[in-house]
Ligand binder design. Structure first.
Ligand SMILES: Nc1nc(=O)c2c([nH]1)NC[C@@H]1CN(c3ccc(C(=O)N[C@@H](CCC(=O)O)C(=O)O)cc3)C=[N+]21
Length: 279
């Protein structure tokens, strides 16, 4: 058996088409949507993501400012930058990239992002509202997981969904979004005893740990839907998921890396930016 590929491309294209139309309307009104991306790292994967956001934004008529503070930026500098951009009326969306310099935590710094501009759902206010079921932007990657499941009509109600990874940007918010869809959610992580026993009972498995090939065929229930959130740089300059490609022989459906969750993540970040500009 070979798993059906749940590609992100078609969904990402559909989202970008909608975003481009809405951005054009805003531009007619003299309100071209603007996204500011703050980065303070020389991490290659992060730099690639920032460039791809800027490129995708340009194609749909969103202005994207990259504010690169460099890997030596202090928490005070990052906070001041986020406060300045939060107060700047020409900026509609604002995000802070991870990883951050040693000692800086996204959870603490993101409080300086104005709630209305928090298009990657990183601030404690956004995350708290998400957990409470109140309107807020969800972290784009977590929302991308849900959007792909919805696009491919995967039933979630009453299903056992196992999320591997408990990060603030993906695992935790994805668990909340899945609970809102009436899934029965188990969150596993690096200290979980007998990971395979838990993942092996999942009808839907979400891998968001950031370790290439962690999920092997022995972790997967035959026929399960597997969503691979991992984007781990490989030595040859490519990208590997958290899921061993051999899982395709066991799973019913699997998102590829690249070409799965990633493109949808970028498209949703842009959709959040036009939404912020429309308000
Ligand atoms: N605050 C914050 N939020 C993030 O969401 C965030 C972040 N920081 N820091 C960096 C990581 C990385 N990330 C990716 C998103 C899309 C692709 C993506 O679209 N990848 C292409 C890869 C194309 C290729 O390289 O061949 C794909 O999967 O098809 C990759 C990586 C979001 N991140």
């Amino acid at each position: 058996m070979t798993a059906t590929e749940f590609k992100g491309g078609p969904l990402a294209t559909r989202i970008r088409t909608d975003v481009a139309e809405r951005a054009a309307k805003l531009t007619e009104q003299g309100r071209t949507p603007r996204l500011a991306v703050v980065t303070a790292t020389d991490d290659e994967a992060s730099a690639w993501y920032v460039r791809s956001i800027a490129k995708a934004a340009g194609k749909v008529g969103i202005t994207c400012d990259i504010v690169d503070l460099g890997p030596a930026a202090t928490t005070a500098e990052i906070t001041a930058t986020l406060e300045r951009l939060s107060a700047d009326d020409s900026v509609h969306g604002l995000m802070l990239q991870t990883p951050l310099p040693a000692g800086a935590r996204l959870e603490e710094l993101a409080g300086a992002i104005d709630f209305a501009k928090d298009v990657d759902g990183a601030s404690p206010l956004s995350l708290g509202r998400l957990a409470a079921g109140l309107p807020a932007f969800a972290p784009a990657t977590a929302e991308a997981v849900l959007s792909i499941l919805e696009h491919y009509e995967v039933e979630l109600q009453g299903k056992h969904v196992v999320v591997v990874g408990r990060s603030t940007v993906v695992g935790k918010p994805a668990a909340h979004l899945l609970l809102d869809r009436n899934a029965t959610v188990t969150v596993c992580h690096s200290r979980t005893t007998d990971l395979a026993a838990l993942t092996g009972s999942a009808e839907v498995l979400v891998a968001a740990v950031g370790r290439a090939g962690l999920i092997t065929p022995g972790h997967v229930r035959p026929g399960a839907t597997v969503i691979d959130v991992g984007t781990n740089p490989t030595e040859d300059g490519g990208l590997a998921g958290d899921v061993d490609p051999a899982v395709a022989e066991v799973a019913g459906a699997l998102t590829p890396v690249p070409g799965g969750v990633g493109p949808v993540t970028t498209a949703l970040l842009l959709r959040h930016t036009v939404e912020a500009a429309e308000r």
